[in-house]
Design a protein around this ligand. Structure first.
Ligand SMILES: CC(C)(COP(=O)(O)OP(=O)(O)OC[C@H]1O[C@@H](n2cnc3c(N)ncnc32)[C@H](O)[C@@H]1OP(=O)(O)O)[C@@H](O)C(=O)NCCC(=O)NCCS
Length: 164
């Protein structure tokens, strides 16, 4: 089936929230371990749309099966920095969707004037790190024991790229 990659629409919010929840509950890849409330998800998506921030979704049969967003930091001295978040629900991984979503989000972010893109990734998430490296991100450092999930400490690799 053809899977469309396109900017998110407000009507995708419930489906987006469900996709995030599904990946979050795996407790292996994301900082969050469950879905955000619908209210918080709506606020996030509306803000991204209203400000023309990069938020792309992969749509299969009308449902969100993956997402990538790059949202500028709110602190005045960090407004040139965009933080990346992304995920693909399990059955759709390894089919090139992450590659397509990330390419769209990065292109959009440079186009709106961001000059630094950054992210954090668990140090055992080799697939994500390979994808990020392929798209120009470089390792900048490691936050040791930065997350604690179900009693297990996790290290977070910081990665970034910039055009300054
Ligand atoms: C990480 C993730 C976004 C990658 O998206 P994907 O659609 O599965 O990956 P793609 O099929 O687009 O592959 C893109 C690249 O990822 C890397 N990759 C894909 N599968 C891989 C694997 N099994 N092992 C290592 N690298 C792999 C490769 O660099 C690949 O590029 P290539 O095919 O040109 O070699 C996706 O697997 C995912 O959502 N995982 C769970 C949630 C997550 O980790 N989110 C990121 C949190 S920081």
């Amino acid at each position: 089936m053809e899977i469309d990659i396109r900017p998110i629409q407000l009507s995708d919010t419930a489906s987006f929230r469900q996709a995030v929840g599904s990946v979050a509950r795996e407790k292996r890849f994301l900082m969050t371990t469950d879905a955000f409330s619908l209210e918080r998800a709506t606020e996030f998506v509306s803000k991204n749309i209203d400000n023309n921030y990069a938020q792309y979704v992969a749509i299969s049969d009308g449902e969100v099966v993956g997402w990538a967003d790059i949202v500028p930091k709110s602190c005045p001295s960090e407004k040139h920095c965009g933080g990346l978040g992304m995920g693909i629900i399990a059955p759709y991984r390894g089919q090139g969707l992450g590659d397509r979503l990330l390419a769209s989000a990065i292109r959009h972010s440079w186009d709106i004037g961001l000059t630094r893109l950054q992210l954090g990734v668990f140090d055992d998430n080799h697939r994500a790190m390979a994808l990020y490296q392929k798209h120009g991100f470089q390792h900048e450092g490691t936050m040791r024991h930065a997350a604690l999930i179900d009693g297990n400490y996790r290290d977070i690799h910081l990665m970034a790229q910039y055009r300054v």
